[in-house]
Ligand binder design. Structure first.
Ligand code: PHE
Length: 356
């Protein structure tokens, strides 16, 4: 082929021109490192405003005899650029796919940091442990409603309407039915009545649950708190059984250094009645601020089931005997974990809850 004459415009022979077009296109394609960049390069190299397209348009300015050959060279250049473009596209598709697979890979041998896990609230854990101790002693676990009627919360427990002992519990009444007939239970004792009504003796049961009183929160009181009630009804149950059960529970739950004592008290539904106290866990009985220097902390009340209560549920008080107790689960938690202020139980500061 005769070399085309130099046109004197510094662009070299047409052969050189198309060669230069192709090699600069190869460079541009090599510089495109993503499929998006490659699309742009395609427009720049082969689009309407590309040097290739301009060279095509310039064919008209050539001598008619030169045009077919120049046109053939340009078409050849286009084919070569297109084939490089296709190669580069396959290459980039391959590497983008590999990168995606790499990012999505699952390594089953990878050690995953354990996620932060929640845990049961310390009062709930105390409740579970208390249940375990009593179940170990042969008791069943029962439950009752938190909304109660006057009959269960007071009357059947030997507190007729207007009985002064009702003042021992600051009651939250609900606006339901006649005024002051439906309430949030102030203690778990109403479930004693429910159990005696629905299942006959012998009864050996504990009843944990939430109670409500119109109290102002302080270091040892919260208005929504938890009690665990105990009820035993059988033939020949004595106060010694009550005292023995309480002492067994105390050492089982608080450890061998902590003991119980019962002090005379009054509850309308037990006779005789006692207050249940344990050695202060904070000073081990020596006397400290928490126990007001006495060495003892009150956990709850107990006593022998009053004959009037048996009568209310239709049990023969000459045949059946029993004891009952009720104490605070929150207070147990406080003593077991030596927590000075009970309000941390519902502040829900996770820094505190994580420690206990
Ligand atoms: N229910 C009483 C209270 O809440 C405690 C108690 C239960 C006393 C059972 C005697 C018998 O204070």
């Amino acid at each position: 082929m005769t070399p085309a004459p130099d046109r004197g415009d510094g662009s070299g022979t047409p052969d050189d021109d198309t060669e230069a077009l192709v090699s600069s296109a190869i460079e541009v394609l090599g510089a495109a490192t993503t499929l998006a960049a490659l699309d742009e390069a395609q427009t720049d190299l082969l689009g309407k405003r590309s040097p290739l397209a301009r060279a095509h348009q310039a064919l008209v300015s050539l001598e008619p005899g030169e045009r077919p050959e120049a046109g053939r060279r340009l078409n050849e250049a286009r084919r070569r650029i297109e084939s490089h473009l296709a190669d580069r596209r396959r290459e980039l598709q391959g590497s983008e796919r590999a990168a995606r697979l790499h990012a999505d890979r699952l390594d089953p041998t990878e050690v995953i940091a354990p996620p932060l896990r929640g845990r049961l609230h310390v009062v709930q854990r105390t409740r579970d442990e208390l249940e375990d101790v009593f179940v170990g002693m042969g008791f069943a676990v029962a439950e009752g409603p938190e909304v109660e009627t006057d009959w269960y919360n007071f009357e059947a427990l030997n507190m007729p309407p207007a009985h002064p002992a009702r003042g021992m519990w600051d009651t939250l009444y609900l606006e339901l039915g006649e005024p002051e007939t439906v309430m949030l239970r102030t203690h778990t004792s109403p479930v004693q009545i429910r159990l005696m009504e629905t299942q006959g003796p012998p009864i050996y049961a504990v009843i944990p649950g939430k109670c409500y009183r119109r109290d102002t929160p302080d270091a040892r009181h919260i208005p929504t708190f938890h009690q665990i009630e105990g009820l035993v009804v059988d033939h020949g149950i004595s106060f010694a059984d009550l005292a023995g059960t309480i002492e067994t529970f105390t050492t089982a739950y608080f450890g061998p250094d902590i003991h119980s004592r019962l002090r005379p008290s009054y509850f309308p539904f037990t006779e005789p009645s006692a207050e249940y106290e344990i050695t202060c866990t904070i000073c081990k009985g020596k006397g400290c601020r928490t126990c007001s220097q006495t060495g003892w902390v009150e956990l709850g009340g107990c006593g022998m089931v009053d004959p009037a209560v048996f009568e209310a549920v239709g049990l023969d008080a000459d045949e059946w005997t029993g004891f009952a107790f009720g104490f605070g689960i929150d207070r147990c938690t406080q003593m077991r974990h030596e927590i000075p202020d009970m309000r941390v139980f519902f502040d829900n500061d996770v820094r505190v809850l994580r420690q206990i």
